[in-house]
Design a protein around this ligand. Structure first.
Ligand code: GLN
Length: 493
């Protein structure tokens, strides 16, 4: 009998379309796997009925000979940052607990229209702020991976840690993620899966709980390049409800996949060679160059001179936008309300926000408010915006010399939960390689490369020109074919 949970997006879609099995069988298998995996804490709520209803709709269409859609019969996990009509949407915060949106986000609606169903809402770092999935109000997410010889609970990365954990553990064939400064790529790298952040504007932000609006982008997380291409096609598209949405047709990324890189130049940014980068990561980067050379590409050295300023600039721009976006949670409009006896309106705002936001979120609001305050605006926020422009210009210059950039996704492999949260700066360093592409709005992905000697996955990052998701996916495919990454976590949950 087929173990449906081993199948990815393409295998499920094609198997259902070809009549090898029904969408209902697949949904039932994943619903059962989700129910068994409570120890991972990957889901905040599960929605087995949603997955079954979508599956039945697909099976009914097939019986009538109607087209099944790009994601027909595929049940997925939905990061709990996407508003889902009638299904609690919390951004992993207490302040939004009990918030059942009246509307569906554009990206989730696109996925349902393409025939996908929902297994549940996935845990994440609170308001997508974090790199380890330890800031959720609903508890840490556990990675399905263990470091060899230890039983320590490992981080699945963040903020899309529920997504990465679920896909790596094979309790979901794919999941949505969002990436503001690495939150798709870093968790994908930590768990041995693929994840792509498309060009800023490809996926509508409408109905996605806002963190830093000029950076936030949705994207797919799945176990192969093909699955990411399929799911991104279903998610992307112009949306008049998002003023920064790209008014461009969605390319046929799946059909366009081609791992022959003859004539392509791959840039290796010398500034990404940083102190403190793990030996194993450097080794995987070297190996990545070999693989791409083998696929026909020419490897060229490039310079992105402002790289070291990207992370500090990000930690000004992102909190600034967050402090403004999070002003809307006031105890009046959504979720939690804390109204002390005899309190006035201002007291209610203060009490609600004090009780409703976690420490990391408060830290970001404080930093953001500070850098935007009249006396410091020029010194911090304006300066960071200028740095952002310089980081973007570095990439523009680099495209004169190469077609795609290869770099590590993260400076280290996954770490034990609890090991970094005393030190926010070390935690922030997780995104040092991810943030430059975010500031520049470029498509970027992580693809699994190899395992460390102690049994943890490592990812490689590909960054592309604006709108060139295809180039990123194709280079990713070349790596996938050569890395032959088949490792799976041993089931302990
Ligand atoms: N880890 C980064 C942060 O905490 C990025 C988060 C994200 O991309 N959502 O801000």
């Amino acid at each position: 009998m087929t173990d449906f949970t081993q199948l990815g997006v393409k295998a499920i879609r094609d198997g259902v379309a070809g009549g090898d099995f029904t969408a209902r069988e697949v949904a039932e298998a994943f619903n059962a796997a989700v129910a068994e995996a409570a120890e991972l804490n990957a889901f905040i709520v599960t929605t087995p009925d949603h997955a079954l209803a979508a599956a039945d709709a697909t099976d009914a269409k097939r019986a009538k000979g109607e087209p099944l859609g790009k994601m027909g019969g595929v049940p997925i996990g939905m990061k709990d940052l996407f508003a889902t009509k009638g299904v609690q949407t919390t951004a992993a915060s207490h302040i939004l607990e009990g918030f059942d949106p009246e509307y569906e986000s554009t990206v989730s609606q696109n996925l349902w229209d393409a025939g996908a169903g929902m297994l549940g809402k996935l845990n994440l770092d609170q308001f997508a702020m974090g790199s380890s999935n330890e800031t959720s109000y609903f508890g840490n997410v556990n990675s399905p991976w263990k470091k060899e010889g230890t039983n320590a609970a490992m981080s699945p990365g963040g903020s899309s840690g529920g997504s990465s954990s679920a896909v790596a553990a094979r309790i979901a064939p794919a999941a949505t993620g969002t990436d503001t400064g690495g939150s798709i790529r870093q968790p994908a790298a930590f768990t041995g899966i693929c994840g792509i952040k498309p060009t800023y504007g490809r996926c509508s932000r409408w109905g996605v709980v806002a963190f830093a609006s000029s950076l936030d982008q949705a994207g797919p997380m799945a176990r192969s390049i093909e699955d990411c291409a399929i799911m991104l096609e279903a998610m992307a598209g112009f949306d008049p409800k998002d003023s920064t949405s790209l008014d461009m047709p969605v390319p046929e990324w799946e059909a366009g996949l081609n791992a022959d890189l003859k004539g392509k130049k791959v840039g290796i940014p010398r500034e990404y060679m940083m102190d403190g980068t793990d030996e194993a990561i450097l080794k995987s980067w070297e190996q990545g160059k070999e693989w791409l050379r083998d696929a026909g590409a020419e490897i060229v050295d490039i310079s992105l001179p402002h790289t070291k300023y990207a992370l500090p600039a990000y930690y000004i721009v992102a909190p600034a936008e967050a402090s403004s976006n999070l002003a809307r949670y006031d105890g009046v409009r959504y979720g939690l309300r804390d109204l002390p006896d005899g309190a006035g309106l201002q007291d209610m705002y203060a009490a609600t926000r004090a009780a409703g936001f976690g420490d990391e979120v408060k830290r970001r609001i404080l930093i953001g408010t500070y850098v935007l305050s009249a006396g410091f605006y020029d010194a911090y926020y304006n300066q960071a915006q200028k740095v952002r422009a310089l980081v973007a210009r570095d990439f523009e210059n680099a495209w004169a010399e190469c077609d795609v950039i290869l770099a590590p996704t993260t400076p280290t492999p996954s770490f034990p939960l609890g090991s970094l949260n005393e030190d926010p700066l070390t935690m922030y360093l997780n995104d040092v390689f991810a943030v430059p592409a975010s500031l520049a709005g470029l498509p970027a992905m992580s693809v699994p490369a190899m395992m460390t000697d102690d049994g943890l996955p490592l990812g490689l990052q590909l960054v592309g020109k604006p709108f060139d998701e295809q180039g990123v996916l194709n280079a990713g495919l070349a790596i996938q074919q050569r890395a032959n990454f088949t490792a799976q976590p041993e089931k302990w949950w």
